[in-house]
Write a protein that binds this ligand. Structure first.
Ligand SMILES: Cc1ncc(COP(=O)(O)O)c(C=O)c1O
Length: 395
């Protein structure tokens, strides 16, 4: 009998963002002077108090399984932190600790969706959203923003028929655009949400990396009346430079959290015990987080300034996260068909040893995502290479 993997093995491809970063890493390993603008993680080290707490957790023992939803002290710490941040009271039973924001999303989507359900997803989107939706045999309804700046409005949702959806995924600040919703924009969206009955997954993993004076506004703050339908997705990965520690938080109605926990208890069980105990020190590291955010803001400014005035390239200045989404449609020869962003990314890597990510997997062909999670001197050099590479690109 023929040996065949299941349907999901065919549906799930390799992560498209890894393709060019993989090639870049190969070149780097050969000693080539590649500048890598594909990074999806901070280049800073985890704050010292968290590392010290991890050492203590190992030394003190007691590192067996924990409750699947997380150690009570950490659920309590998350509840306290977000109660203050959101201005609503969050109970520990409304919190789950999972292996990064990614698992929070997968747990939530798994528990909310039935086969064939629609999930409304604003464009551009993080590449994992369509993959998780497909894995659950649900369908993605892209919501395309009609205004420049990559933020959707109630009219955009209406036009996309989002009212039919079982869930909507909002991402603020956004990967890949860096767009950050303001309070009034969220209020307008919340008015629309009140006319629907879908769940709202709000992915706020970059919440502390916001460069506007108004800062990050959690959806929960704006629409506490919708809290039974809101799943807030966040964690320590990006703001605390802890991507490898795999500590994510989900905040939702206790019945939703309970369902997510049942899935987690039968799939991965608890997050690594040492990482959980170390995470107890995280919320005391606010000053360090603010310092990293200031560094990202400076880098954002450097990149924005160095990329200004390149013919055929435009962008909206990102307000958060550490990505800039460049519109390069002006450089692409329409007669050569689709794939222009991939051709440009390959050209930049071959001709300038500059690694970037094409926009197509994020739902925006004709764009490139540039990560500025690298030192500002390297960023200046990267922008020079970008300028030179663009000038020799044949479309
Ligand atoms: C928008 C967005 N959400 C979630 C995640 C996942 O974060 P974590 O590493 O905590 O799973 C990422 C990571 O790249 C992201 O960009």
């Amino acid at each position: 009998m023929e040996l065949r993997l299941g349907w999901l093995a065919d549906v799930l491809g390799d992560s498209p963002t890894l393709k060019l970063s993989g090639q870049a890493k190969e070149l780097l390993a050969k000693g080539e002077p590649v500048i890598n603008l594909t990074a999806g993680e901070p280049d800073f080290d985890t704050p010292e108090p968290i590392k010290e707490a991890a050492h203590r957790a190992i030394d003190e023992g007691g590192n067996g399984y924990t409750a699947s939803a997380g150690i009570p002290a950490l659920r309590q710490a998350v509840a306290t932190h977000y109660s203050a941040k959101m201005g609503v009271t969050i109970e520990p039973a409304e919190v789950i600790i999972s292996n990064g924001a990614k698992q929070i999303l997968f747990n939530a989507l798994s528990m909310l969706l039935n086969q064939g359900d629609e999930v409304a997803v604003p464009v551009p989107y993080w590449v994992t959203y369509p993959a998780q939706i497909a894995a659950l045999r649900a369908r993605m309804t892209p919501v395309v923003p009609s205004q420049p700046g990559w933020k959707i409005t109630p009219e955009d949702l209406e036009r996309a028929g989002a009212g039919r959806a079982k869930a909507l995924i909002l991402n603020t600040p956004s990967n890949p655009s860096g767009a950050v919703y303001t309070r009034s924009e969220l209020e307008a969206l919340a008015d629309y949400f009140r006319m629907t009955s879908f769940f709202i997954l709000t992915d706020e993993i970059y919440e502390d990396l916001v460069y506007t004076d108004a800062g990050h506004v959690p959806l929960m703050t704006v629409a506490p009346d919708l809290r039974h339908r809101i799943v807030t997705v966040s964690g320590l990965s990006k703001s605390y430079a802890m991507t490898g520690w795999r500590v994510g938080f989900g905040i939702a109605d206790r019945s939703t959290i309970g369902a997510m926990n049942r899935l987690q208890s039968h799939s991965t069980s608890n997050v690594n015990t040492v990482a959980q105990k170390a995470s107890l020190a995280a919320f005391g590291c606010g000053a360090k987080v603010a310092e990293m955010a200031r560094a990202f803001r400076l880098r954002r400014d450097v990149l924005v300034e160095s990329l200004s005035g390149i013919d055929g390239v435009s962008f909206t200045v990102p307000d958060g996260a550490f990505y800039l989404l460049a519109d390069v449609r002006g450089l692409i020869d329409p007669d050569r068909g689709s794939g222009g962003d991939w051709r440009l990314a390959e050209h930049l890597l071959a001709a300038q040893k500059l690694a970037t990510v094409p926009g197509e997997p994020f739902g925006v062909p004709g764009h490139l995502r540039l990560s500025y999670a690298i030192h500002e001197d390297t960023l200046r050099e990267a922008a020079e290479r970008f300028r030179a590479g663009v000038a020799t690109f044949g479309g």
